[in-house]
Design a protein around this ligand. Sequence first.
Ligand code: NAP
Length: 230
Amino acid sequence: MRYAVLGTGTVGRTVAERLVSLGHDVVLGTRDPAATLTRTGAAGTGAPAVPYAVWQAGHPRVGLATFAEAARTGEVLVNATGGRVSVEVLTAAGAEHLEGKVLVDLANPLDFSGGWPPVLDPANSDSLGELIQRTFPGARVVKTLNTMNCAVMVDPARVAGEHHVFLSGDDEEAKGSVRELLHSFGWPPASILDLGGIQTARGAEMLLPIWLTLMGRLGHADFNFHVQGA
Ligand code: NAP
C-alpha cells in the first residue's frame, strides 16, 4: 500500500518508519521539501531534536514531497500535523487528492498560544475530526490513535497489559481498513474500541487534557487508557 503521511514531526516520522518496516511505500508530506531538508533547528510544537535531513539519511526508504504531491500519490493518507493547522495543510494537499481516500486523523487541536496547559479548539460541540470531515466531505475520515504517545501508537506492547485504542468515523469500510492497519501495528482485535460516527471524535480529543496531566504526573509517556468492562 502507498501511504502519504502528512507531517514531518515526531509523529509523522514514527508512523512512517513503522509503515516502511511493514513493507509499505511511504511519502512524508511537508510544505517545502527543500526547506525541510535544509532546516537545521527544531520546528513546531514538540519538534524533533534531530533535523529532518539527518533522520532522512537513516530512513532512505521514506520519500519526501509537498503536501499536494504526497496526497496525490498516497492511496491512504495520515494526518500527522498540528491540529490547529490541519485544515490548512489538507487544503494545500488538495481536496481532489483526498477524494474517496481513507484519511487517518491522529491529530489533536491543541492551542498553545496561551501557554501551558494548551486548550482544545474546537471542543465540546465540535472536534477536529468532524471539522476535517465537514471541510473535505469526499475524504473518508477515521479518527484514531490520538489518545496516546506516538511510540505507543505503532508499538502497543510498550505498555504492559490490556489497553485500548479508539476509532471514530462515518464510513464503516474505512474503519475496517484502519482496524487492519492497527492490527498490523500490534493492536489485538479486542483492544480496538469503535466509538461510532465521526462525532464521537469529540470525546477522544477531549481526553487530551487528562492525558497531558498524566504525562506530567507520571514523568513518561508509556501509558495508555484501559476501559474495564469493554
Ligand atoms: P507538529 O509539530 O504538531 O506538526 C508538524 C507538521 O506541521 C510539519 O509537517 C509542519 O510542516 C506542519 N506545520 C506546522 N506549522 C504549519 C503551518 N503554519 N502551516 C502548514 N503546516 C504547518 O508535529 P507532531 O509533534 O509530530 O504532532 C503531529 C500531530 O500528532 C499533532 O496534531 C499532535 O497533537 C498529534 N499527536 C501527537 C502525539 C505525540 O506523541 N507527540 C500523540 C498523539 C497525537 P513542515 O513539514 O513544512 O515543517
